[in-house]
Ligand binder design. Structure first.
Ligand code: NDP
Ligand code: 8X3
Length: 258
């Protein structure tokens, strides 16, 4: 039997490290002995991570929608962090829950720019170095919303379907290179996700989780570490996890009035 990889051999670059799944993953990896490059826009949250883990963590303020800034960040990484071998392109968001005919186009633009373009820029800026080293792992954050439709998910769900297909196509491109690709596809997970979706309305966000036990960022971080710790000959292609209380609705049929 081959043994799992020692997390101390991992250097993780994670976007969206200021909150939720990304923050939990940064902490989980750092606690396990990995080096962590933690990326996000809120500097004060990054400073907390830095204070907690010291030299094990390198932080960088970045808007992932800015390709040039992403490339600069990668080019300027200090020595111990330069040889990152896991990139978790996780930064993303949902904005709004209105049906497509009433949704705000600015919200759509923000989701496409972040969940699609930002994710692509993170991968494009980091992948060549891992290919050149013959070792690496790209982990993306998809969602069950990339597989299953629900009212109001329109562009959000479509952006995660993009992530799912990009992960598969990426796997085809890196085949045989020593770089692995995993799409993490969570369902209901309590983070700042719903506060962001409802533009800061905490009451509406709380309603999403009322009476339920959602997954936590820590639950998802455990799945990311599991995928990244597999022996090098194993590629976990996707992990889809739902809250145990979550389920599917039936197909809908709108009947004519009697
Ligand atoms: P949070 O809102 O808690 O975290 C989102 C993170 O993304 C924050 O750290 C935020 O940091 C970062 N982010 C957003 N926009 C940008 C940007 N332009 N540049 C850099 N960073 C950005 O939500 P989650 O942790 O839940 O979300 C993480 C990922 O998980 C997302 O891709 C989301 O779609 C996905 N997901 C979430 C699920 C859930 O139920 N919570 C389920 C399935 C998938 P900052 O604002 O500081 O930049
Ligand atoms: C987040 C999960 O079900 O709220 O991607 O869309 S869901």
């Amino acid at each position: 039997m081959t043994s799992m990889l020692d997390p101390k051999t991992l250097t993780l670059l994670v976007t969206g490290a200021t909150s939720g799944i990304g923050a939990a993953t940064a902490r989980r990896f750092a606690r396990a002995g990995a080096r962590v490059i933690a990326v996000g826009r809120r500097a004060e949250r990054l400073a907390d991570l830095q204070a907690e883990f010291g030299a094990r963590v390198h932080t960088a303020v970045l808007d992932t929608r800015d390709l040039a800034a992403t490339e600069r960040l990668v080019a300027e990484l200090p020595a111990p962090f330069r040889d990152f071998n896991v990139v978790f392109a996780n930064a993303g968001l949902a904005m709004g829950l209105e049906p497509a005919y009433a949704a705000k186009v600015e919200d759509w633009d923000t989701m496409v720019a972040t969940n699609i373009n930002g994710m692509l820029y993170t991968v494009r800026a980091t992948l060549p170095a891992m290919i050149a080293r013959g070792e690496g792992h790209v982990v993306l954050t998809g969602s069950i919303a990339g597989d299953y439709a629900y009212p109001g998910a329109n562009v959000y769900g479509a952006s995660k379907a993009f992530v799912k297909q990009f992960a598969l196509n990426l796997l085809a491109d890196v085949h045989g290179s020593g770089v692995r690709v995993t799409n993490i596809e969570p369902g209901l997970t309590e983070t700042e996700f719903s506060v962001v979706r409802f533009h800061g309305d905490q009451g509406k966000a709380d309603n999403v989780y009322a009476g339920a036990t959602p997954m936590s960022g820590d639950d998802i971080a455990e799945q990311v570490l599991f995928a990244c710790s597999q022996p090098r000959h194993v590629n976990i292609t996707r992990i889809q996890a739902m809250a145990a209380q979550q389920g599917f609705g039936p197909l809908a049929l709108k009947r004519r009035p009697a």
